[in-house]
Design a protein around this ligand. Structure first.
Ligand code: MGD
Ligand code: MGD
Ligand code: SF4
Ligand code: MO
Length: 777
């Protein structure tokens, strides 16, 4: 296999491919210079009207920008940002032409012939491939039962059909082992759903209305790139942009202030801010009384008081007018918020009071000790955030919540927004990811399977270890789709062991990704523009039809085609083998939207600006936001946000830190979305094509590591090789590793990342990792 770093091209080829020379700049244009047996063919002058155009969306876990493909004589020639769409896509989006025609495209089903990991395969036919899959599923069902089947999917294609179809296929078989939690943002989910009643509340329509933008543990200049113009617009209108990150990230480079922080200590910072906001009475008492559970009452046994124990929503409050305990939703009351408003010897207190007590020990000195943030910065941060309203916390599935106690990090950010009454207002709130799916109810593509066994899941971060140790039961057949399992799951060496242990691993992908190297069978699937689909998701506000523009390369098939053929073999073909339009219509049923409407372009199903929780109405059954979370309490964790020391940290594991003293955080790069796009030679041409490790000069000097030379980050899980960037743009004691490098490019930083499951959301805590670094010998 050709080394990807060898595939470099000259800049002119890149620009030509992107259409910068040619179609985009001068049209009608010259693009064809094909050679016929050494004799140049006549140059063909094409007009825009000679091309057919089709629209689709960039379907990975990013912003789902709408793209227009230009097709000439059945070949995809160029992709550009759709003209009428609200955001302009990035280089990754327009380089997708190269993804379709990539030299590492999987062209036929491939059967392993070498050892797993060697990447030696022989091409086989689809019939042979499907026979093998059928046989291995039947054998697994006979020997292990349904729980012996595992399906893993993630964010390679977030359309409304493919992943759902995969999960449904295994449900129709009677069930399979699935994952719990997510590699991405289950900490946010575990905070938001009980607090606000739903996941996803993105404020991106009103970023420019904000007066104070706090990018807390995230880096929108890179990770929300197509929207970053909104942040700049806010700054031009006078907003202050502040970044909290252990490293000086690309957003910090544009910001008014960078606040470096010790990784994993964000909740300590939040509690320090809350203390200041409460003590200086900078909270919005009126908002808290009307729209939140801050006024609910709690007894000394830490139970919330209810009028009727059977009625979950009958929370009691103390009405300061009638001086009685009443239901929280009684009209014309003024519920007590603070202890001072309660009767002197009351046998209960308010949730607000519990928050005050929890934050009380977090003096500026104590916060400084834990987070390394100076007192003056903390005071400025708390005061400016609370007074420069509307102020917005950008969360966008942040790196800060991919930590061991990430749910409390995310929840503490919601606490701050709620305490200051900064929710449901243009320019305020917490900017999460979000999309059309919040605005309208879409249906699943297929009816639910009739009989599905309840099978205990595998926490996604534990995938490698649990499979190796047969937990919760042995896995005999593993289907991996839309997922870079080998680069994105933590603890790569354990994942490799798991991939080797499972007797039959199927990887459906369109490129010979790192994961395919460990497959028994690789199935070639389509990319966008090679099949028809629908995107009604959680990353773009628009419902988008994903049109087929060209025939699939070689033998590639859509994932849904594969499940249709397999379903036929298992006797439920008719559920899966209808024309794709049928499944798209199922998704759209009840929305009033039609395929024909969508053919004209993307549709936003709600007015702009989209403001979740407008006017303080939340989606919990009480319509109020909750601070006291009984779901956490049921898991034996405090119901009020609290700070806990991350275990894999110098303070949490002093012994381990003697061997691995540096805290390693991850960063996402402009060159890729996770492990995708990063192999695209057009991108390699303009972005660096080797992994970096950011390290502070003091940490580098004591290890004889020099800028620009190879270094190895290592710990008890594995090693990751990268070029050292010796810089003061990262805190002393912290290193930052790149996310998403392929095995074929030297390997992923997940070789060292923590595979602990985040405590409340069962998620991913790759940013709670200890390593040491050495110069390469
Ligand atoms: N270009 C690009 N864009 C993307 C993606 C991509 O891969 N590439 N992925 C998309 C996806 S799926 C997601 S989830 C989002 C994620 O978007 P982001 O959260 O912005 O992405 P990350 O780079 O993971 O993390 C951001 C920052 O968190 C910092 N960090 C790490 N640990 C801590 C901590 O404990 N505290 C604090 N305060 N900061 C910490 C890191 O130094 C890093 O700069 O981006 C989306 N957009
Ligand atoms: N070390 C480290 N690990 C991380 C993170 C980190 O910051 N650092 N971030 C985490 C986060 S936030 C996330 S969201 C995850 C993302 O993890 P993944 O969703 O696994 O992301 P990708 O690596 O992009 O893998 C997607 C794969 O799907 C393939 N694909 C694309 N289209 C299709 C299709 O239509 N069908 C099929 N079958 N396959 C398709 C792509 O070619 C690619 O191989 O990674 C997590 N893992
Ligand atoms: S990678 Fe993200 S920003 Fe770039 S085109 Fe795709 S969705 Fe848009
Ligand atoms: Mo993510």
């Amino acid at each position: 296999m050709k080394n990807i770093s060898d595939i470099r091209m000259n800049r002119r080829t890149l620009l030509k491919g992107l259409g910068v020379i040619g179609l985009a700049s001068i049209s009608p244009c010259v693009f064809s210079m094909a050679m016929d047996k050494g004799k140049p063919l006549p140059r063909v002058r094409l007009k825009l009207s000679d091309y057919q155009t089709f629209r689709s969306t960039c379907a990975m876990e990013c912003l789902h920008c709408n793209l227009t493909a230009y097709v000439y004589q059945g070949e995809l020639k160029k992709i550009e940002a759709s003209k009428d769409f609200n955001v302009k896509c990035c280089l990754r989006g327009i380089s997708r032409t190269k993804w379709v025609y990539h030299q590492q495209r999987v062209k036929t089903p491939l059967l392993r012939v070498g050892e797993k990991g060697e990447g030696k395969f022989k091409p086989i036919s689809w019939d042979e491939a499907l026979d093998l899959v059928e046989l291995n599923i039947r054998n697994t069902l006979a020997s292990h039962g349904n729980k012996g089947l595992l399906i893993s999917s993630h964010a390679g294609n977030m359309d409304s059909i493919k992943n759902d179809m995969g999960k449904a296929f295994f449900d129709y078989l009677g069930g399979a082992t699935k994952r719990s939690g997510s590699l991405c943002c289950s900490a946010v989910t575990a905070a938001m759903i009980p607090m606000l009643g739903l996941r996803y509340a993105d404020m991106r329509d009103t970023i420019a209305d904000s007066r104070y933008i706090l990018c807390w543990g995230n880096n929108p200049a890179v990770t929300m790139q197509a929207y970053f113009k909104e942040y700049i617009k806010a700054q031009e209108r006078g907003a202050r942009l502040v970044v909290i990150d252990p490293r000086f990230n690309e957003t910090a480079a544009k910001a008014d202030e960078w606040i470096p922080i010790v990784p994993g200590t964000d909740t300590a910072l939040a509690l320090g801010m809350i203390k200041i906001i409460i003590e200086e009475q900078r909270y919005d008492a009126d908002f808290l009384r009307r729209h939140t559970g801050a006024v609910y009452l709690v007894n000394p046994q830490q139970k919330q008081l209810r009028e009727d124990p059977q009625d979950k929503e009958s929370y009691l409050v103390y009405d300061t007018l009638s001086r009685r305990l009443v239901r929280h939703d009684t009209p014309a009351i003024v519920p007590a918020l603070t202890q001072a408003e309660l009767p002197d010897n009351a046998a209960y207190t308010t949730v607000f009071e519990l928050i005050r007590q929890e934050s009380a020990p977090w003096t500026v000195e104590k916060v400084a000790t834990e987070t390394d943030i100076p007192a003056a910065s903390l005071l400025r941060l708390a005061r400016e955030y609370a007074s420069n309203t509307p102020s917005m916390i950008v969360q966008n599935m942040s790196g800060a919540q991919r930590t061991e106690f990430g749910t409390y990090v995310a929840a503490s950010q919601f606490y701050l927004a709620l305490l200051t009454g900064n929710m449901g207002k243009a320019g305020g709130g917490v900017c999460d990811a979000g999309g059309a799916k919040q605005m309208m109810k879409f249906s699943p593509p297929l009816p639910p399977a009739p009989n599905v066994q309840k099978i205990p899941p595998i926490p996604v971060a534990k995938t490698g270890e649990w499979i190796v140790n047969d937990r919760p039961h042995p896995i005999n057949f593993w289907w991996i789709m839309t997922m870079g399992a080998l680069t994105q799951l933590p603890n790569t060496n354990m994942v490799k062991k798991a991939l080797k242990k499972v007797p039959f691993v199927v990887v459906a992908d369109n490129l010979m990704s790192s994961t395919t190297l460990y497959a028994d069978l690789v199935l070639p699937v389509t990319t966008i523009f090679e099949d028809l689909s629908l995107m009604a998701g959680v990353r773009s506000h628009y419902v988008q039809l994903m049109e087929k523009a060209v025939e699939p390369v070689a033998e590639a098939k859509p994932d849904y085609w594969i499940f249709a053929r397999l379903a036929e073999r298992f006797g439920f073909g008719e559920v899966f083998n209808q024309p794709i339009e049928h499944y798209i219509e199922n998704c759209l049923a009840g929305t009033g939207l039609t395929i024909e409407q969508l053919r004209k372009g993307p549709i936003k199903p709600a007015p702009t600006p989209w403001i979740p929780f407008k006017d303080g109405i939340f989606r919990t059954p009480t319509k109020k936001a909750h601070f006291f979370i009984e779901e956490w309490q049921k898991k034996d964790f405090p119901p009020i946000v609290t700070y806990m020391q991350v275990k894999e940290s110098p303070k949490g594991s002093p012994e381990l830190a003697k061997t691995y003293p540096l805290m390693a955080v991850q960063r996402k790069l402009a060159r890729s979305i996770h492990s995708s796009h990063g192999m695209n030679e057009w991108i390699l041409e303009v972005q660096r094509n080797q992994p970096n490790i950011m390290i502070h000069p003091d940490d580098a000097a004591s290890r004889h590591i020099r800028n620009g030379e190879w270094a190895i980050a290592f710990n008890h899980r594995g090693e990751h090789r990268a070029l050292a960037v010796v810089t003061r743009q990262i805190k002393r004691g912290v290193v930052c590793l790149d996310n998403g490098w392929w095995e074929q490019q030297g390997g992923s930083s997940s070789h060292v990342t923590n595979d602990h499951a985040e405590v409340l959301g069962n998620g991913h805590c790759c940013n709670s990792t200890l390593v040491d670094v050495r110069a390469e010998a």
